[in-house]
Design a protein. Structure first.
Length: 201
């Protein structure tokens, strides 16, 4: 049988053991009332059937079927009303080729191919872009470059960096998008369904 330690080593180890203080000898310092953990309450609510459920029904109201998510703003490009999709998840601004033609815009050929990958789709190579002035109000405009794409699912979409560069805040409670910090410009957010009903898209 193997011995893990000698008798002398065991004796030394025993001498090094610190005596555990008795709970009676130790003073218990209570924390502030608001910081105490109610252990009994937590234990009682740990078991099945006793957990307190908090209803979130009123906090997560789905949009009406005729509304849909509000992700579109109405702008003017080359004196024409254009609806633009606000996309906070893309790094590219894109315009559909047919929309660009209707605006009498001229795309510029890129030196190298630019690849985009739609969610759940294959890579797409794009080789043209265009620089456009987007009029938000009569005296407020933003300028941005857009990749040009044929048969784009959306007419025009603005990338997240344009929003960041213009210090944009989106307020879904007020259904507006706010451009700028010192001189703010609030633009109404619309849903695709509402614009279709009013024939503005």
């Amino acid at each position: 049988m193997l011995s893990l330690s000698s008798a002398s080593e065991t004796k030394n180890i025993q001498h090094n053991i610190v005596k555990i203080p008795s709970p009676i000898d130790e003073q218990i310092v209570a924390t502030a009332e608001k910081k105490r953990i109610r252990v009994a309450y937590l234990l009682n609510n740990h078991y099945s059937g006793t957990t307190t459920n908090i209803s979130t029904e009123n906090f997560h109201k789905s949009p009406q079927k005729d509304e849909g998510p509000k992700t579109i703003i109405l702008t003017k490009i080359a004196n024409k009303d254009i609806s633009i999709f606000i996309d906070t998840g893309t790094i590219n601004s894109i315009i559909d080729y047919n929309v660009l033609v209707s605006l009498n815009g001229t795309p510029v050929k890129l030196d190298t191919l630019h690849y985009i990958k739609p969610m759940g789709g294959a890579k797409i190579a794009l080789d043209h872009c265009v620089y456009l002035d987007v009029l938000l109000e009569e005296d407020v405009q933003i300028s941005a470059s857009f990749l040009v794409m044929k048969d784009c699912a959306l007419l025009v979409l603005i990338r997240i960096y344009i929003l960041q560069e213009n210090e944009t805040n989106i307020s879904y409670t007020r259904n507006i998008i706010i451009f700028g910090s010192s001189s703010e410009c609030s633009v109404q957010l619309y849903s695709k369904e509402i614009l279709r009903q009013t024939r503005r898209i």
